[in-house]
Design a protein around this ligand. Structure first.
Ligand code: CMC
Length: 374
């Protein structure tokens, strides 16, 4: 045993996984051995979700079965709809999401069954119902009626439909689908590690995902995509981008959407997402945010040699698609449920209670004084 402290578990390997890795030989994030950018070229989000959860890409029979199950599980209960209807309208959608996943656990008869079969069934229910609940709150807080899911739409099409009442152009849906693929999984990041830690006490998947959502909310993790948008709204126009950045760096403030614990020479997901950010900007005939992004990226590289992470292009892309800024991280949740669930199941299969040590630096042993002597 060593007394050396590795704050933030920096550089510590805590377990093995077969789900994903940033492969050094190709400098890319891989899911089950496939580079994410290659998956983006040929697969739908549903195929990648299947891959992450089952270990291999599906054939057409397996994919159809998976899609059918997802569609069959999209509806949420009247009880949950009522709860969402009564959520405070000003609540952050991430807090609402964490609450309704917890409620879904109360409604599920299999919550405490941690067998692999039950965990896979629960994963499908969480995966299919969470977008419905997120879209419901998207509308409810604007005073609009909840739209029920439609079975003839794909996962991404259906999410747009439930939020806006219509499905946009196929290029927009494709860009959204790509963002879900890129967000789906990223090894032992903080929310996944939270989910695995909760699971390690043999707790259930609903609790683990509820905790993971709370962890993802933070601006150093998933919340960064919202912060990027706040930053771009402050900058307003490309001509202000450089001076804003210099001012920010002079104040020693962190620039959101830049830097990464694992990637130090560029996030392998960024080039793909940037391509779709530009496509969406052109389709929407609004390249203002894209131009701001280009300047910030160039200056960050020049001045700090720090690269953008995935949150940098996704935030403004979601904005152009019409999503409210505080719904960007809930969209990340929709995608990451796949990665979290795969890790929760992996943890259950080879569990060891996660219980690190700390170095005590509090007061020395002292005697307890009676109340009237203190
Ligand atoms: N802006 C300015 N300086 C930065 C940034 C940034 N975004 N990121 C890192 N640095 C500097 C940091 O100040 C430090 O400098 P120094 O050595 O002079 O003190 C150095 O780079 C190393 O950074 P670190 O914070 O020690 O690195 P870390 O691995 O602990 O942190 C991070 C990684 C993601 C928390 C950090 O880069 C950050 O705060 N980024 C902004 C938030 C963000 O975009 N988060 C999303 C992360 S990726 C997707 C996800 O997980 O959701």
């Amino acid at each position: 045993m060593t007394d050396e402290i590795k704050k933030g578990l920096l550089g510590i390997v805590v377990d093995e996984t077969t789900i994903s890795q940033v492969m050094p030989e190709i400098n890319s994030l891989t899911y089950r051995g496939y580079a994410v950018q290659d998956l983006c070229e040929v697969c739908s989000f549903e195929e990648v979700a299947y891959l992450i959860l089952n270990g291999d890409l599906p054939n057409s029979i397996q994919l159809n079965k998976f899609k059918k199950e997802e569609k069959a599980n999209r509806n949420i209960t009247i009880n949950l709809r009522e709860i969402i209807n009564h959520m405070p309208k000003k609540a952050h959608p991430m807090d609402v999401a964490r609450t309704f996943v917890s409620v879904m656990g109360l409604e599920d008869k299999e919550t405490s069954d941690n067998s692999p079969e039950a965990n896979m069934r629960k994963t499908m229910r969480i995966f299919a119902k969470t977008p419905t609940a997120i879209a419901a709150f998207f509308r409810v807080r604007k005073g609009k009626k909840i739209i029920k899911p439609k079975k003839d739409l794909s996962f991404s099409e259906n999410f747009f439909y439930m939020c806006f009442g219509k499905v946009p152009q196929k290029e927009i849906v494709k860009a959204f689908d790509i963002s879900l693929i890129l967000y789906a999984e990223h090894s032992f990041n903080v929310s996944t590690f939270t989910a695995r830690t909760i699971t390690s006490s043999l707790s259930d998947i609903y609790g683990a995902i509820t905790g993971a959502i709370a962890s993802l909310k933070g601006p150093l993790h998933g919340g960064a995509n919202e912060e990027v948008m706040h930053m771009m709204k402050k900058i307003k126009t490309p001509d202000k981008a450089k001076s804003w950045l210099i001012d920010n760096l002079n104040k020693k403030q962190v620039v959101m959407g830049f830097g990464h614990r694992v990637y130090k020479s560029g996030d392998s997901r960024v080039p793909t997402m940037k391509k779709y950010f530009l496509k969406v900007s052109k389709l929407k005939k609004d390249e203002n945010l894209h131009k701001i992004g280009e300047i910030i990226e160039k200056e960050m590289l020049k001045r700090k040699n720090i690269h953008p992470n995935l949150d940098f292009p996704t935030g403004p892309t979601y904005h152009l698609m019409g999503f409210d800024t505080d719904f960007f991280t809930p969209i990340f949740v929709i995608a990451r449920i796949t990665g979290w669930s795969a890790h929760i199941m992996e943890q259950h299969i080879s569990n060891k209670l996660i219980r690190p040590l700390s170095k005590y630096k509090g007061s020395k042993h002292r005697k307890v004084m009676l109340l009237n002597q203190r």
